[in-house]
Design a protein around this ligand. Structure first.
Ligand code: AHM
Ligand code: MG
Length: 340
């Protein structure tokens, strides 16, 4: 139906905030609004980070600082800024008890009467791509504390990903896009630069069907036989009914960019040598993949069932279309049985 304007403007707008509230009402669970507040402040943090990322070149904030982060990698100024923005906005809600950031050696414990959530995050992932303007992103996951009456401790954090109540990322690419799950499918929201709102643009995302493999093959020397065999199988696939199923190779080198493409187009993203961190890189992405109809694995185990030993523990990861992840797992079974 026409809304009376000469140019047809859509008025059935769903923003990130209205979507979160609607999802909570739909779940039928009694809601305090705490989770909605947390998610919408994550949305705000991502808008601020998007703003600084987009102005990076102009503001001359690009460049390594003198400090290195806990994993002895060079931290860029934007990482520091993004971390501060994220921490301050989440703290401001009064709803978080513990924060775990890639940029902080230790978990941050927050004294707050109503803080019953744990937020784990990488404020600016893929920062080695910043200087050349490639997409970077924020990754986050949320847990509920184990026992509201007990003092929060690391026990609340070192839990399998199956216990995460929400996970997502925000990609600062050609658009700023937030992709989110609260355990009932995956939705994507694009930041409208005019209104400053995240608008629902990708409802109930289902994993694409394209055959794309994504891996840093510069690390081939360190790959085990299972990964080598899988790569051979996608590069030299046997013909089916006289046709060779062709795979395409794509690798951004920024997890958010690679996972976003995998979600929308399909295929498999792999980082087999265990660089990526379980809590705030692997778990949120694994939760999204499963919620979109795909799989995520370490090669030997479902990713979400891993229990991290420490807050910055790492694991190998393979995620994407179920058939591709199954093929990798089958090769690991063969390897472990001495058949490769
Ligand atoms: P970071 O957290 O230090 O930015 O590292 C994580 C990034 C991921 O975004 C990406 O998937 C991976 O490192 C790329 O690593 P490589 O450059 O070794 O291919
Ligand atoms: Mg990272």
């Amino acid at each position: 139906m026409s809304n009376g304007h000469s140019e047809e403007l859509r008025t059935d707008i769903v923003t990130l905030t209205t979507h979160i509230i609607a999802e909570q009402q739909k779940s039928g669970k009694p809601a305090t609004g705490d989770m909605s507040l947390l998610l919408s402040s994550i949305g705000s943090a991502c808008k601020w980070i998007s703003n600084v990322v987009r102005k990076a070149e102009l503001l001359k904030v690009i460049g390594a600082t003198a400090i290195t982060n806990v994993q002895a990698e060079t931290v860029q100024k934007l990482d520091v800024l993004s971390n501060e923005i994220f921490i301050n906005l989440i703290k401001g809600t009064g709803r978080a008890a513990i924060l775990v950031s890639e940029e902080n050696d230790e978990a941050i414990f927050i004294e707050s009467e109503r803080g019953h959530y744990i937020v784990v995050f990488d404020p600016l992932d893929g920062s080695s791509n910043i200087d050349c303007g490639v997409s970077v992103g924020t990754i986050f996951g949320i847990y509920h504390v184990l026992d509201r009456s007990a003092k929060p401790s690391l026990k609340d954090v070192l839990r399998p990903g199956t216990e995460m109540v929400a996970g997502g990322y925000c990609m600062y690419g050609s658009s700023t896009i937030m992709v989110l799950t609260t355990g009932d499918g995956v939705d994507g929201f694009t930041l409208d630069p005019n209104t400053g709102e995240f608008l629902l643009t990708h409802q109930k995302i289902k994993l694409g069907k394209k055959k794309i493999y994504s891996i840093n093959e510069g690390n081939s020397h360190a790959f085990d036989k299972a990964v080598k065999a899988y790569l051979d199988s996608v590069k030299f696939p046997p013909a089916v009914n006289g046709k060779v199923p062709a795979y395409t190779a794509r690798y951004v080198g920024s997890m958010v960019g690679d996972v976003h493409r995998t979600l929308l187009y399909g295929g498999i993203f792999m980082y087999p040598t265990g660089k990526l961190r379980i809590l705030y890189e692997c778990f949120p992405m694994a939760m999204l993949m499963e919620q979109a109809g795909g799989k995520a694995s370490t090669g030997r185990k479902r990713m979400l069932e891993v229990v991290p030993e420490s807050i910055h523990s790492r694991a190998p990861i393979f995620l994407g279309t179920a058939a591709e992840v199954d093929a990798v797992e089958a090769l690991y079974k063969k390897l472990d049985a001495g058949q490769l």
